[in-house]
Ligand binder design. Sequence first.
Ligand code: PA5
Length: 445
Amino acid sequence: MIKVDVKGCSSFVEDAKYQAYVSKAFEAFDVLKNENGAGNDFLGWKKLPCQITERELNEYESVRDKWMKKGVDLVIAIGIGGSYLGAKCVIEALSHNFAKQLKRKDAPEVVFAGNNLSEEYLADLMDLAEERNVACIVISKSGTTTEPAVAFRVVKQFIEARYGKEEAADRIVAITDASKGALKTLATQENYETFVVPDNIGGRFSVLTPVGLLPICVAGFDIQALVEGAQDAAKGLEIKSDKNPAIIYAAMRNCLFKELGKSTEILVNYNPKLTYVAEWWKQLYGESEGKEGTGIFPASVNNTADLHSMGQFIQEGSRVMFETVLHVENAQRSVVIESEPQDLDQLNYLAGKHVEHCNHMAELGTVLAHIDGGVPQLSVNFERVDAFNLGSLLYFFEFACGISAYLLGVNPFNQPGVEAYKKNMFALLEKPGYEEASKAIKKRL
Ligand code: PA5
């Protein structure tokens, strides 16, 4: 079970102040539970872990088996934002750090596209595709997002040219709306196998829908365990109590923001595999809370590497931040530091110790130093980086996000601000229908 520890905030916040935010978090919890808040038509993710069936999981496995029989060794997963980050974060967290170099062949390699508009990225991707046996998962709920649409056009044409149109239809899977949108129309016309993004689940809450589960399954990871972890978290989080980790997290981060003006939250990890968990979390909290002129800016660091870059600022720079440390209790691999006959590097005092022991001491030392430097510390604790615990962690953050955004007073489930850049981009690209906007924007240049 996920635990949240707020001891590292006690020297900054009086308990009575924190308790007032716990009371507010209880109210926000009720709004989320009773589904009577803003955006309540986007709460499908809440009961999702308990609704996923074995049949559904088997369907994802069938896609993987079918592609493996064809010898597919590269799956290009196309999507952006919520249609990309969930799968990316789980695959990165569960992969061997050097899977690519080891060239393990127990499942296809999943790479991502459609999350940028870099021509160089796409050209390089096509170089890779030239050398591999390729399939594609294209993910877009709206079907009209430019980045994935451009990438898919390129990848689709490559697959069709290489394998022919009929075989291409067997190598492309679409994940999109049940009934509407450009991708749905295309998938029906081209006869692609299709999975549905439910109407009542927004992109950033979609990791346990086909959007996340299919790419994760195709990459060879245990989606059953991921779902079980989320189920386990869901059970624990539905209890309204000041011991509920989602309530503690939502209450403390809002208290730090409102009472102390701590407007930046840095999610800290001590394991490179968790880098993309932070990227997923940034979207979840950034899009859910950053609106109407309020919100805590979500940032992240990867320690201990970033202690040698961002550490100086966090220790002594502007005092605008607090940190939330992802504390992993157990490493799953073992490397012990051995003694050397000549102790030239002066490390013999660590002989017999696990490297993870040093990592934990670095973490503890940093937490204490940052408290001394005026940076309140929360920690989110979980047992290990495996599929079960990741499922729990992701669901915990989703649930806590709903409470936290309601406590903050915003609708957690919309993202009106994302449209602004799209309108300008369409005007600059002279998209049909944007003629007036084109003229207006050009005057500003
Ligand atoms: O959280 C969200 O809803 C967004 O980040 C979307 O996931 C993202 O914009 C991609 O949209 P779509 O899946 O419609 O292409």
